[in-house]
Design a protein around this ligand. Structure first.
Ligand SMILES: [Zn+2]
Length: 135
């Protein structure tokens, strides 16, 4: 458990933080309402599952990266609050990272596949007349 104000590591069940002296009871009660034992760690897992699901599909792979980054951000915030990352939050973080990796790989493969379908000559044939007309 960490002090919600100064992030000092707290020991035992004191009412005040020994570092900054502030009362921690009210704040922690609020955060437990907000986080819950597994409560708000579930959305992290949902973002992670969405990230890896969408990251595998060529059309949605970019969304997989975006959702993965959101999941990772939420997991890091959760870890900042609780000082640990367990259960669904931990699984969500792992899935988010996998989703980002998968999304990037599938995006690169898709770009390679598209660039082979449209050869360099096609691209130049499209670009050159435009360059000429702009000169
Ligand atoms: Zn403190």
């Amino acid at each position: 458990m960490k002090c919600p104000y100064c992030r000092n590591e707290l020991s035992g069940d004191s009412d005040h933080c020994p570092n900054c002296g502030r009362s921690i009871v009210v704040k922690i009660k609020k955060e437990e309402d907000y986080i819950g034992p597994l409560g708000t760690s579930r959305p992290i897992l949902t973002w992670g599952i969405l990230a890896i699901g969408l990251g595998c599909i060529p059309i949605t792979c970019v969304l997989g990266v975006v959702f993965g980054l959101i999941g990772l951000h939420k997991a890091n915030n959760y870890a900042k609050f609780t000082g640990t990352l367990l259960g669904p939050a931990r699984a969500g973080k792992i899935l988010s990272i996998l989703g980002i990796s998968m999304g990037v790989i599938v995006t690169v493969l898709t770009v390679i596949a598209l660039s082979q379908h449209f050869s360099m000559r096609d691209i130049m044939a499209f670009i050159l007349p435009q360059m000429r007309s702009s000169l």
